[in-house]
Write a protein of this length. Structure first.
Length: 202
């Protein structure tokens, strides 16, 4: 890092095949029934498939298809529209799973360009909400609310950078400076994080 620009000095390159980083199953990087913020920088270099930027769970899909065994959450880039998705799969306590999600608007996130993202899950006593920030700005086209306290059941699965627990759909591109906060960051805090390292594309 240098000055006030983001420089690609220490990013990890992923080949879209089997590359990922397993960050373990610590409760310090789990959303479980609570709230948190996940973010960092990424650059996609190919648009032939959807790709997970970060995830913690199993049975996850970009855009949020629901099937038996879904649990946890993911941030993914969907190749068909260039949108970023933040999907959370909650255990509703009655044997069913519900997808709660947010995604960016119709402006596609471009290839070969460093993009800063932050996915936020916040809740009060009765409701959980999901947002996405791109380059310091809240760009949430669709936001699904959920019942506060519903369990994401992510604590038994590893936090992955690129791909999911099943080694599905890793990113083809670069990822850098991934962070996790155990609270919902404010818009001002996210803007400060972004402005500290303006994208330096090369």
């Amino acid at each position: 890092m240098g000055g006030d620009v983001f420089r690609d000095e220490y990013s990890l390159a992923f080949d879209g095949s089997t590359n990922y980083v397993d960050c373990g199953t610590s409760a310090d990087i789990a959303l479980t029934t609570g709230y948190g913020s996940i973010g960092g920088w990424f650059k996609v270099i190919d648009d032939d498939a959807y790709m997970f930027i970060v995830s913690r769970g199993i049975g996850l899909t970009a855009g949020g298809n629901i099937s038996a065994g879904n649990c946890g959450w993911s941030v993914s880039w969907l190749h068909t529209n260039g949108r970023l998705y933040f999907d959370c799969y909650t255990d509703d306590g009655d044997g069913t799973t519900t997808r709660r999600s947010a995604h960016t608007d119709s402006t596609a996130i471009p290839l070969n360009t460093w993009t800063h993202f932050v996915a936020v899950r916040e809740q009060d006593s009765s409701d959980a909400q999901h947002y996405i920030y791109i380059n310091g700005n809240k760009i949430t086209k669709e936001k699904h609310n959920g019942t506060a306290g519903n369990n994401l059941n992510d604590d038994d699965h590893p936090f992955r950078i690129s791909g999911d627990k099943g080694d599905n759909n890793p990113i083809k591109g670069n990822i850098s400076d991934i962070f996790f906060y155990d609270r919902a960051l404010t818009g001002t805090e996210i803007k400060t994080l972004y402005n500290g390292r303006e994208p330096y594309n090369h």
